[in-house]
Design a protein around this ligand. Sequence first.
Ligand SMILES: NC(=O)c1ccc[n+]([C@@H]2O[C@H](COP(=O)([O-])OP(=O)(O)OC[C@H]3O[C@@H](n4cnc5c(N)ncnc54)[C@H](OP(=O)(O)O)[C@@H]3O)[C@@H](O)[C@H]2O)c1
Length: 227
Amino acid sequence: MSKRIVITGSNRGIGFEIARQLAVLGHEIIFTARNTSKGLEAEKQLADYDVHFFQLDLEEPESIETFVHALGRHADHVDVLINNAAILKDSDYHLRNLPMEVLDRMLQVNLKGPILLTQLLLPYLLKSIDPRIVNLSSGMGALSSMGGGYPAYRISKTALNSFTAILASEQPKIKVNSVCPGWVRTDMGGANASRSVERGAETAVWLATEPAISTGKFFRDKRVIDW
Ligand SMILES: NC(=O)c1ccc[n+]([C@@H]2O[C@H](COP(=O)([O-])OP(=O)(O)OC[C@H]3O[C@@H](n4cnc5c(N)ncnc54)[C@H](OP(=O)(O)O)[C@@H]3O)[C@@H](O)[C@H]2O)c1
């Protein structure tokens, strides 16, 4: 059965590949990007499928609200929300010298934006017979193997994992999970990363579509990993 799936940051990287794989499987894709021309350009590559572009900038609460209103004119429910978009702007810093404005911006895009979007989409998700949320996290946010460097990115992903666990506990009807895609060759992962974008998208696609999955867990390669 076709699902209606919202994906943030669909225009490139893992988000685009998740959108492509799910569109090929016959699902309806709500394809979002912060930049309209980049989003429409990327959406053209999926013109043969059921894909609808909407502008959505997670840095701007107003953009999130405008998106949900526009979506409400297009659809009465949402089956899956994939919180994919994120930024990594702290590669030059350690915790001792992390500027607060860098931390604020990364928490807005990687954590607060996804939380607000999820809050506003909850009424739509709760109308689905099998609602799901997939949060693109990272092993860099796992407390069980925490290291140094990238402090804001790590903190944002640890907090995103908390969001996963809290919402899974509060909303038993919705399957809410985090996924680490591995180290993937995208603009964020860089050219030396060990994984293809196809492999990086695989477990998120599986969490969105596999009939029987658990909730409130952290996955990599379709297996539960430690928080
Ligand atoms: N690549 C890896 O090795 C790796 C490893 C672990 C986890 N992850 C996670 O996987 C997810 C996807 O990563 P990626 O490698 O595909 O990253 P990417 O290549 O840098 O792509 C990031 C996407 O997020 C979008 N984005 C950035 N800021 C946004 C905003 N304010 N509002 C809406 N969209 C915004 C970008 O849009 P623009 O084109 O407009 O910038 C782009 O579409 C992220 O959550 C990342 O943390 C990646």
